[in-house]
Design a protein around this ligand. Structure first.
Ligand code: 6U4
Ligand code: NA
Ligand code: NA
Length: 169
């Protein structure tokens, strides 16, 4: 199995705010995203998620697995598999790194006690994110577990997609 196609992506959701990073280089340069990257040989996705979060933002967090996404692009014979993780707390100091510039964004419909903290924050910048994110982010923000697939063309346009929540018991 080609481990190079296994990725992680981690999101910190805290006090009505979402932490994203502006990607300064490489795959997805110029877009805001969670913190993540390739799962290295010998690592589990959970280990990779913690390592990438630390490398890209300076923090650690009690990450919980919450989603699986498949991204399909032309001329590659299998999907990119992304394990999505979330946490509502973190340890350490958030820092800018060579790869990412972290920034907090305001969640929609956040509770009243958080409004002070939120007031100078921009909304989630979907116009400057991967085109699939707007479809599954509501599931992440609703604390649901979710699955999905997005198919891109060679120009990186989103052609087909499906995202859904795992049923709650
Ligand atoms: P290097 O520099 O090789 O170590 P690495 O940090 O391992 O790279 P990187 O940054 O290329 O990996 O990982 C890409 C990141 O982009 C992963 O977090 C997954 C994420 N990603 C890729 N396609 C995405 C998409 N369509 N929507 C999305 N995130 C995507 O939200
Ligand atoms: Na990365
Ligand atoms: Na990496």
């Amino acid at each position: 199995y080609d481990r190079k196609k296994l990725y992680t992506n981690a999101f910190i959701i805290r006090n009505g705010k979402l932490l994203l990073g502006y990607k300064k280089r490489g795959f997805g340069k110029g877009l805001y995203n969670g913190f993540g990257g390739k799962v290295d040989p010998g690592e589990t996705p959970a280990q990779a998620a913690l390592r990438e979060l630390k490398e890209e933002s300076g923090i650690t967090a009690p990450l919980e697995h919450c989603g699986v996404l498949f991204f399909v692009v032309p001329d590659i014979d299998h999907a990119f598999h992304i394990d999505i993780f979330r946490a509502e707390e973190y340890d350490g100091t958030i820092i800018e790194t060579e790869e990412m510039r972290p920034q907090w964004f305001a969640l929609p419909n956040a509770d009243a006690p958080t409004q002070d903290e939120q007031k100078d924050l921009q909304p989630i910048p979907f116009d400057h994110m991967w085109k699939d994110d707007v479809y599954w982010m509501p599931l992440l923000l609703a604390s649901r577990h979710f699955l999905g697939r997005a198919d891109f063309d060679t120009e990186g346009n989103l052609k087909k997609w499906w995202f859904g929540a795992v049923p709650q018991t």
